[in-house]
Write a protein that binds this ligand. Sequence first.
Ligand code: MRU
Length: 346
Amino acid sequence: MIVQGKHYKTVWFESASNIVYMIDQTQLPFKFEIVELHSFEETAEAIRNMTVRGAGAIGASAAFAMAQAFIQSKKSSASDLVWEARKFIEATRPTAVNLFYATQKVFDAGIKSIDEGVEMAFAIAHEDEDFCKALGEHGNTLIKPQQRILTHCNAGWLAFVDYGSAISPIYAAHRDGKKPFVYVDETRPRGQGARLTAWELNENGVEHRIIADNAAAYYMSKGMIDMVITGADRIASNGDTANKIGTLEKAILAKEFNIPFYVAAPFSTIDFDSKSGASFNIEERSDEELLYHDGLDEQGVKRTIRMASPGSLGLNPAFDVTPHNYIKGFITNKGILAPSQIIKFE
Ligand code: MRU
């Protein structure tokens, strides 16, 4: 994706120096900064603290972290270090299945030879881009000129290696001159919509407005939203979908107002081991994300302020699960699928 005239990916790896590079998403939209991570421990920490986030970007970062561990261990077998590294990386974020998909594949390849592990990590990152590009073209066929689309959280290119999931069809429609308009949910508590999706859309000249998380019903009731497209962090084989907290209420609203609700995701986000969303492990994050907020003051200095009554604690589940019956279709790299069609690919 182009940022200030230059092509970037969200995360990339130089195997010769064993360094992972990524865009620091905790600094956006105020500062565009690339960080260098010299070991699997540093890359895993970047996943945990959300320097990198979003299902596909987490998956590629985990793949590179696993490759770093093989290079660090200097052994092409399952050494103690490599086993420990896998556990360490997998403990960072429990919900996005792409992380586990990536560690498993790189581990299986790396125990044959370090080079195979490294190649597999690169293959996962390339596959992520290819899948997102393909699903963007499929999703574009659903978008009519000047349609108004609601999205939640950030499932743009920052959430993957490139292109994105929910936003990839919108970029394709924009490229084709269809002039899509995007309602961007702010996505409390961390504000991935207001900070990241809005920044991406701005950089790419896509018309949009940030709306409060509780404003969607108003716009839907006025007939001002034509379609909802969100991303996914884990999809069960029956189509139940985990995505950023707040997605479920958007899906319920969309059904009430007869608005098509689509989930865009590559096949690497499908968890065929889960028959339904009931077994998903939902990440609970620190309540500080809810009680405090940071931003820039008028002098451009980053400040953190308390947003809530001092003395109160909060609850902060990071995801919710939308039952498949609220989802009109999945926009995937293999085409547009009804929830009932997912299981056929098992
Ligand atoms: O907690 P995050 O920011 O890693 O959450 C993941 C997401 O960005 C969303 O849930 C997104 O819609 C799906 S990931 C492409």
